[in-house]
Design a protein around this ligand. Structure first.
Ligand code: HEC
Ligand code: HEC
Ligand code: HEC
Ligand code: HEC
Ligand code: HEC
Ligand code: HEC
Ligand code: HEC
Ligand code: HEC
Length: 348
């Protein structure tokens, strides 16, 4: 399982000022609203030991990227139109000194930028930037990135990187990305007269309800929020007044353990969701797991399928190295011999 490195808290403290800049959009009531953009920082390594200043002593560092970009706006050639712009730069966070180092390796670069090792202090352009609600896509050095901003931490964001037709979930250890949606697309669907008075003070709830063209975009806030402020938590989301539960194991309070309250199409869950809530729809998967007779039976669905609906783990996420190195190097091969996670017997 993925361990959260101890350093990540430290790292985000050190980057406090950067992150504040990135999070600024969330609470403000600025008018006109800011244009669509993507901005933020992400740690792409755990703490490693690396003598970046080549003074002969090993430094404890973490590698980060800083990224920012804006899609093109307006009609090209017309007044007010702007071209897309954006870049990524790689920096090192010195954990001892709590300092951001842009010119690590003091300008000396091993592969001259060609061998996959980034050139210190140089911005790499990002291209084909598109922003759709809270999701941004762009290209960086031949890879296509898709980032959905789910809140104020990288753990709430989803980051997918596609290279040569293969999609992989990006692995990060700290930071945050903010995607600011195009104001034109935000404000149209939520402009329900009754909601205007709420949106003035609760911009984020309103944006999230409408940004992805969510199914609830047409609802009045008061359909769920009947008193202000609510006297006790849980006095509102009466999902069951309008919907049936997926099965009898669910009560009204279960709904928001999977469905995000405002953007209900987003299904994300905590590690506390019980198996019965999954088996409401996945009886076959549950049955194949039980029939396997393996020790996987003892694991909850959400231990393997973590956080986001549809997430599929790889075997090596959990199994260090049960086989010799040459076999472990190709995780995609596990299923040649093992039938699958739900039935991990060996094909004979
Ligand atoms: C003048 C500003 C203002 C307006 C207008 C307003 N609210 Fe609020 N709302 C607040 C404040 C301030 C709080 C208390 C914030 C807190 O305790 O974190 C609050 C609390 C809430 C909460 C509970 C928040 C929580 O964290 O539990 C909900 C839900 C809510 N408002 C919904 C609405 C809805 C729906 C409307 C429109 C019918 C509305 N608000 C209109 C300012 C406003
Ligand atoms: C379909 C039901 C539904 C509608 C419609 C709805 N909300 Fe909510 N809202 C919820 C639920 C569920 C929660 C989370 C309650 C909890 O965690 O206990 C919530 C939480 C909130 C909160 C607390 C902070 C947060 O974002 O979690 C605010 C503020 C809020 N809603 C404002 C609004 C506003 C403004 C609107 C209209 C634009 C609105 N809501 C429409 C269901 C709804
Ligand atoms: C006031 C009635 C009302 C309430 C309360 C309500 N919904 Fe909805 N919901 C709707 C309507 C209307 C639609 C859109 C029409 C449809 O697809 O049924 C919808 C659609 C949805 C959809 C998407 C359906 C699809 O086909 O994509 C989900 C998921 C959903 N609601 C979940 C919830 C959850 C979770 C809650 C509680 C937080 C909730 N709803 C509360 C009325 C409501
Ligand atoms: C264990 C997670 C989970 C819980 C808990 C959950 N849902 Fe869902 N729900 C989903 C998933 C996943 C989908 C999407 C299924 C699909 O892609 O067709 C969904 C779809 C929906 C839809 C769209 C129509 C449909 O039935 O496919 C509605 C409406 C809905 N949920 C309402 C609710 C309500 C109301 C509750 C609380 C009683 C609830 N959900 C609890 C995971 C959950
Ligand atoms: C409301 C019904 C519903 C609930 C509840 C639900 N799922 Fe699903 N799930 C679906 C549907 C429908 C699909 C297939 C649709 C698709 O491919 O997106 C699916 C697909 C999946 C997939 C396969 C994704 C893939 O790429 O093949 C996994 C894994 C999964 N669900 C796990 C879970 C887990 C774990 C839970 C409980 C936390 C859960 N589901 C709860 C309806 C549901
Ligand atoms: C979320 C973590 C996790 C993932 C992902 C995972 N496993 Fe496991 N696996 C376990 C645990 C925990 C055990 C039980 C270990 C024990 O009891 O000593 C286990 C046991 C096994 C066993 C021994 C079965 C037995 O009953 O003796 C095999 C074989 C196995 N896993 C193969 C796989 C394969 C192949 C995959 C990928 C398809 C996979 N595992 C994915 C956690 C995981
Ligand atoms: C040991 C880890 C593990 C556990 C526990 C686990 N899964 Fe899976 N699941 C996987 C992996 C890996 C895949 C991808 C296909 C494969 O390797 O078998 C998968 C595939 C799926 C799929 C899509 C393919 C299919 O068989 O329909 C669904 C749905 C699913 N799991 C649901 C569940 C549910 C529901 C539970 C709990 C009852 C559960 N899983 C428990 C690892 C696990
Ligand atoms: C060439 C076939 C083959 C491949 C490929 C393979 N395995 Fe195995 N694996 C086996 C056999 C055979 C066993 C012993 C099974 C038994 O005793 O029933 C085994 C056992 C295991 C065990 C259980 C070890 C224990 O101590 O009980 C795990 C976990 C496991 N494999 C994981 C994996 C993972 C992860 C991969 C992919 C990186 C993988 N295997 C690839 C054939 C294979």
């Amino acid at each position: 399982m993925r361990d959260k490195p101890k350093s990540s808290r430290l790292a985000s403290l050190a980057l406090g000022s950067l992150l504040v800049a990135a999070a600024g959009v969330a609470s403000g009531q600025a008018w006109p609203p800011p244009p669509a953009s993507i901005k933020g920082t992400l740690a792409f390594s755990e703490t490693i030991v690396f003598d970046y200043d080549r003074d002969g002593t090993q430094d404890r560092v973490q590698f980060w990227i800083e990224l920012e970009g804006k899609p093109a706006t307006g009609e090209p050639g017309k007044f007010g139109a702007e071209e897309e712009s954006g870049s990524v730069s790689y920096f090192v966070l010195d954990l001892e000194r709590q300092e951001r180092i842009d010119d690590w390796l003091l300008g000396f670069n091993m592969a001259g930028g060609g061998g996959g090792f980034p050139v210190a202090g140089q911005p790499y352009p990002i291209t084909n930037i598109r922003i759709d609600g809270r999701t941004a896509t762009f290209e960086l050095q031949g890879a296509k990135w898709t980032i959905t901003d789910g809140g104020d931490s990288w753990e709430k964001d989803t980051i997918e990187i596609e290279t040569g037709g293969r999609k992989k979930e990006g692995k990060f250890y700290g930071g945050d990305i903010t995607v600011t949606p195009d104001p034109q697309t935000i404000w149209k669907p939520v402009d329900i007269t009754e909601n205007r008075r709420c949106n003035r003070c609760h911009e984020e709830a309103a944006i999230s309800m409408a940004a992805e063209g969510g199914p609830h975009a047409e609802l009045e806030c008061a359909a769920c929020h009947v008193e202000h402020p609510p006297k006790a938590p849980g006095t509102f989301p009466q999902c069951l007044e309008c919907h049936y539960p997926h099965d009898d194991s669910m009560v009204a309070a279960s709904c928001v353990s999977c469905h995000s309250s405002h953007n209900v199409d987003l299904v994300q869950y905590a590690i506390t969701v019980p198996d019965e809530h999954c088996t409401a729809c996945h009886q076959e998967a549950a049955a194949s797991l039980q029939a396997s007779g393996t020790r996987h039976m003892g694991l909850d669905c959400v231990i393997c399928h973590q956080a986001e609906h549809g997430a599929i783990p790889t075997c090596v996420d959990c199994h260090g190295a049960p086989h010799p190195e040459n076999m472990m190097a190709r995780p995609e091969r596990c299923l040649r011999c093992h039938v699958g996670a739900h039935e991990t017997k060996v094909r004979r």
